[in-house]
Design a protein around this ligand. Structure first.
Ligand code: ADP
Ligand code: MG
Length: 285
């Protein structure tokens, strides 16, 4: 079964004047359909304003479609009676870790979610331990979150979501406010969650290199899904990506330019290693 399914979702932000008359309508999500299976790692890519966050908020019943339907674990998000189920099953991580961490001590912070859900105390501690271990933050369990780096804080917020035992985790540009080191450590933790724990992951980002390890990628533009495919398929379509104002990674661009000049490299090279191997194959004949 799909963990998350969206069918022909349209969402309109309606702007009203002081008297409540409609001044304008902004269609932020325009007829988007997607289907995410258990254990999948799906990336949603798109430049600023393409509708990623608006879509993300539908996956957790923060927003409801103007038209169309979203189901989380088979439950229609616009049915209020499922709200808490949906919020628990599709855990959300946002851009700014400072807005998500509330505890004075890391382990206490991670325990808040399950505590609010009424999980028995002994089980809370088990969940806190397992979640912190899953993101590589267990040794910081007694630390104050204020003293952690951005990447570490973001991993603590991920642990906080994991402790609620969601079926899927939705991360809305979790690395946007981090330095390159922090970005790498957060992406590594997200990959491990998917690989090792089998967690279903929906990663929203505007950094192309973060989608390399996804099973499937959706590229959004102007509220619509402009491209869909594996990372390799997506990275093969360099001209389209450039037209969508996305930064194609250097190595992909370099391979693409060489290919255009007649060097027989395969399309959609994603990493330096792949590039070196492909070049060796060309020159060894
Ligand atoms: P992204 O996350 O890809 O940057 P958003 O979903 O935030 O995109 O925004 C999509 C569109 O919706 C943009 O045109 C943005 O200006 C508009 N938008 C976002 N939030 C609101 C809001 N609260 N009210 C009105 N328009 C909004
Ligand atoms: Mg956004």
């Amino acid at each position: 079964m799909s963990i998350i399914k969206a069918k022909n979702v349209i969402f309109e932000y309606i702007r009203r004047d002081e008297e409540g008359n409609v001044e304008g309508i902004n269609t932020a999500v325009n007829n988007v359909s997607l289907d995410v299976k258990q254990g999948e790692f799906v990336a949603i890519l798109g430049h600023n304003g393409s509708g990623k966050s608006t879509l993300a908020k539908h996956l957790n019943a923060i927003l409801y479609p103007t038209e169309g339907t979203v189901w989380v674990d088979g439950k229609d998000t616009s049915d209020d009676s499922h709200l808490w189920d949906i919020r628990q099953n599709a855990g959300m991580v946002f851009q700014n870790p400072d807005n998500q961490i509330i505890g004075q001590v890391v382990e206490e912070d991670v325990g808040f979610g399950p505590e609010n859900m009424g999980v028995p105390t002994r089980e809370i501690w088990e969940r806190v331990e397992e979640s912190l271990k899953a993101v590589g933050m267990y040794k910081y369990r007694k630390h104050s979150p204020n003293r952690l780096s951005g990447g570490q804080k973001q991993r603590v917020s991920i642990a906080g979501v994991l402790a609620m035992h969601p079926k899927c985790i939705v991360l809305d540009e979790p690395t946007a406010m981090l330095d390159p080191g922090g970005r790498k450590e957060v992406i590594r933790a997200i990959r491990a969650l998917n690989d090792v724990e089998g967690m279903t992951v929906i990663l929203i980002t505007h950094y192309m290199e973060e989608i390399i390890h996804a099973d499937r990628v959706f590229v959004m533009d102007d509220g619509k899904v402009a491209m869909e495919g594996t990372p390799k398929e997506i990275f093969s379509r360099v001209e389209e990506l450039k037209a969508l104002r996305l930064d194609v990674p250097c190595v992909t661009l370099l391979a693409y330019e060489l290919q255009k000049r007649g060097i027989p490299l395969p399309a959609g090279i994603l990493t330096g290693e792949e590039f070196v191997e492909a070049l060796q194959t060309v020159y060894k004949g």
